[in-house]
Design a protein around this ligand. Structure first.
Ligand code: PLP
Length: 420
């Protein structure tokens, strides 16, 4: 009998409390099933790796076989290869961050770093602060350790630091339960917004005042389509825990990311990682080293930026043209995502079925909040994956679905069934 035939979970009562608490989303299952070729997907945050020059990838991979096969196929140290760390130190230096290789731990993507941070720092009931909405994968990673997650809304200038200050005042200074503030300051996922320099500076001051760590997650920082570079917080304070990844600038299939943090933090994360996977993939690390040292990766990155900029522009133009006046949305200067807010009575989870019938998917907003309640009238739409033509068509279809909802609501009001 295959597992598909099993309908009864005989070990269900043995599952740990932390897993029992993990929320499964029917909606996510629904769009996982949305593989029809006529469906245009605005739901995934996947980079378009078809933009990578296959010659560069082949060259980097062949170099591994030609000269470093034994290293690439063997176990390595838990913290990662020093050569790979040097590459990441160089990448960070371009952004204004100066760290040494011994302040870096290589991880299996930034996602592993999030889990290691949870494993290392969160006791049940500890307070952590995030933007609200925030990256779904971070919520999944942290939730396993049962924290009390406090969400701070954002506006077009990033996390609302005034609201953070109010939250901190209620938590109190040097509260041992308060562990860290997790933020995605550049082109936030799912918001698309960027934290302005003054807010970054204030966040660092507050972290000193109140005694919490700042975790700066920066997968999209190099994908900027307009405006000037904003210094990462890690460039302003060496106490910041900075997360990097090659997933959006090279390929997520190479599971390679890193943490740059003070020595004490790196040491603890290293201990936690030993129990997770002994070491990250040596093969992936060596390929990454070759890619960033022997190929014209900056040129490739420019191509990524040009392509994503066109897609973003297509999405913003289509939203302007087709979306109703009742909707509002963010205007990202980079990254992959636009965050749309609809009238409070629209539930984007229940609307997804209709959107699928119209041949378009998006990610409903409630999944980006720990309570799964807030964000119900919001959605994340991604412009990274589809062509500009498809994006325009997808937004047109989505506007139709939304308009149907709005008409229904107006009809209810006219009939006196509900109040405006
Ligand atoms: C904000 C954020 N952090 C971390 C990750 C995980 O990235 P990685 O592929 O490096 O694990 C993602 C992936 O989409 C992300 O959007």
């Amino acid at each position: 009998m295959t597992s598909a035939h099993l309908t009864f979970d005989i070990y269900g009562d043995k599952v740990a409390d932390r897993v029992r608490m993990m929320r499964s989303s029917a909606v996510r299952d629904l769009f996982a099933a949305a593989t029809r070729p006529d469906i245009i997907s605005l739901s995934g945050g996947m980079p378009d790796v078809s933009l990578l020059p296959s010659s560069a990838i082949r060259k980097a991979t062949r170099s591994v076989y030609d000269s470093q096969q034994a290293v690439a196929l063997q176990y390595g140290s838990t913290d990662g290869r020093v050569e790979t760390k040097r590459v990441f130190c160089d990448l960070m230096r371009d952004l204004g961050i100066r760290v040494k290789p011994d302040e870096v731990l290589i991880t299996s993507g930034a996602q592993e770093a999030l889990d290691l941070l949870g494993k290392t720092f969160i006791n049940e009931g500890d307070i952590i602060i995030t933007e609200g909405p925030t990256y779904l994968g971070a919520l999944q990673a942290f939730s396993a350790y049962q924290p009390d997650i406090r969400c701070i809304p954002f506006d077009e200038e990033g996390m609302r630091i005034d609201l953070l200050e109010e939250e901190l005042a209620s938590i109190g200074k040097n509260n041992p339960r308060l562990k860290f503030c997790y933020t995605i300051p550049n082109f936030q996922n799912p918001g698309g917004v960027t934290m302005v320099p003054a807010r970054r500076k204030r966040l660092l001051e507050l972290s000193e005042d109140y005694g919490f760590m700042v975790v700066e997650d920066d997968p999209y920082g190099r994908l900027r389509y307009e405006g000037g570079h904003v210094l990462p917080m890690k460039a302003l304070s060496d106490q910041v825990v900075y997360l990097g990844t090659v997933s959006k600038t090279l390929a997520p299939g190479l599971r390679c990311g890193w943490v740059a943090a003070p020595h004490g933090v790196i040491g603890k994360l290293n201990l936690a990682k030993q129990g997770t996977d002994l070491c990250g993939s040596m093969f992936d690390q060596v390929v990454v080293e070759h890619y960033f040292t022997d190929t014209p990766w900056q040129r490739t990155l420019q191509r990524f930026v040009k392509t994503y900029r066109q897609r973003r522009d297509a999405m913003l133009a289509a939203l302007e043209e087709h979306f109703p006046a009742e909707a509002s949305w963010t205007h990202p200067q980079g990254g992959f995502f636009v965050w749309v807010t609809l009238p409070a009575y629209v539930d984007t989870s229940s609307m997804l079925g209709a959107a699928l019938e119209h041949g378009v998917t998006y990610t409903p907003g409630d999944g980006f909040f720990p309570d799964g309640v807030r964000g119900r009238n919001c959605m994340r739409i991604a412009f990274c994956y589809e062509t500009p033509e498809n994006i325009t068509e997808a937004i047109r279809r989505l506007a139709e679905v939304i308009e149907e909802r709005l008409e229904l609501y107006r009809a209810f009001i006219q009939a006196g069934a509900i109040k405006a």
